[in-house]
Design a protein around this ligand. Structure first.
Ligand SMILES: [Ca+2]
Ligand SMILES: [Ca+2]
Ligand SMILES: [Ca+2]
Ligand SMILES: [Ca+2]
Length: 278
């Protein structure tokens, strides 16, 4: 099981054991163990607070692997785990304590009962963890929302060391939780909420990163009945601004930077910079 990772090993302390038997003396050689580091590799992203499983292998010509003892020490935080015995086949899986941020130079050492030792060396780079940030795009405080329309919940989540899809986002509307879509590469996440009843509501977007740190963005919103509030003959289904009687499906488009006729286009039919659209 030679490793994928970078490792080096040195061996020292191979000793001699002397014994007597049947009147004839003999000398047996205690072979020192050997050890190799397998992972994590440099491709594994480690973040402050992670516990990782260090994988290595040991071999010993004269001692069963299960009688060897393996330990790991970091230059940043000392022993990273309690010393342990390898499996019978020499496999070593050491679960570390939560890692501190920084560049850890590791010494993974093995010793046999005679005191012969060997060590492998590896470097673990552990990123500092910064809290994620949640930003609400919809709904926004002060926006107009209606009790007959689905409400688009949309936001962006970001984090210094995690990509969008590695973050988990969810919504909390008046204390009820809703899963959000898996954040895309830009961190955009959304959920289409069935219509809320008329009245005041609170909407929160939560995010949690791989290190367990969270953030929340919140908006208090007011949901209105789907009536023709501005009296222009159109209700919330067709009036894109039910607070302005001069905006609605029966209004003609004008060059003014807004969608007067509620067709989804702003100032369509006007050429910016022309005499009728300066
Ligand atoms: Ca209206
Ligand atoms: Ca209107
Ligand atoms: Ca328009
Ligand atoms: Ca317009």
């Amino acid at each position: 099981m030679l490793g994928r990772g970078r490792w080096t090993a040195i061996v020292y302390g191979a000793g001699l054991a002397q014994g007597c038997g049947g009147g004839a003396s003999f000398v047996s050689v205690n072979e020192a163990p050997s050890i190799g580091f397998v992972g994590p590799t440099v491709d594994d992203v480690l973040v402050e607070g992670d516990r990782v499983v260090l994988e290595a292998w040991v071999e010993d010509e004269t001692t069963p692997a299960g009688d060897l003892v393996v330990s790991v020490v970091s230059t940043i935080q000392g022993p990273l785990a309690d010393p342990m015995h390898p499996a019978a086949d020499g496999a070593v899986f050491l679960r570390t304590d939560p890692l501190l941020a920084g560049e850890h130079a590791l010494t993974v050492a093995v010793s046999d009962p005679m005191g012969a030792t060997a060590a492998a060396y590896a470097t673990l780079t552990v990123l500092a963890s910064t809290p994620p940030v949640a930003t609400l795009l919809s709904p926004l405080p002060g926006g107009l929302y209606y009790d007959a329309l689905d409400l688009l919940l949309e936001g962006v989540v970001a984090d210094g060391e995690s990509a969008g899809p590695d973050l988990v986002a969810w919504w909390d509307v008046d204390g009820n939780a809703y899963d959000s879509s898996v954040p895309d590469g830009e961190g955009r996440t959304w959920f289409l909420l069935p219509p809320l009843t008329a009245g005041d509501h609170s909407v929160r977007l939560w995010v949690i990163d791989e290190a367990g740190q969270t953030d929340v963005a919140e908006a208090g919103i007011r949901v209105l009945p789907c009536a023709d509030l501005d009296g222009d003959g159109a209700d919330c289904h067709s009036d894109c601004d039910d607070s302005d009687p001069f905006v609605g499906p029966s209004t003609s488009e004008a060059c003014n930077g807004i969608d007067d006729d509620c067709d989804g286009d702003v100032d369509e039919g006007f050429l910016p910079g022309s005499p009728d659209c300066p």
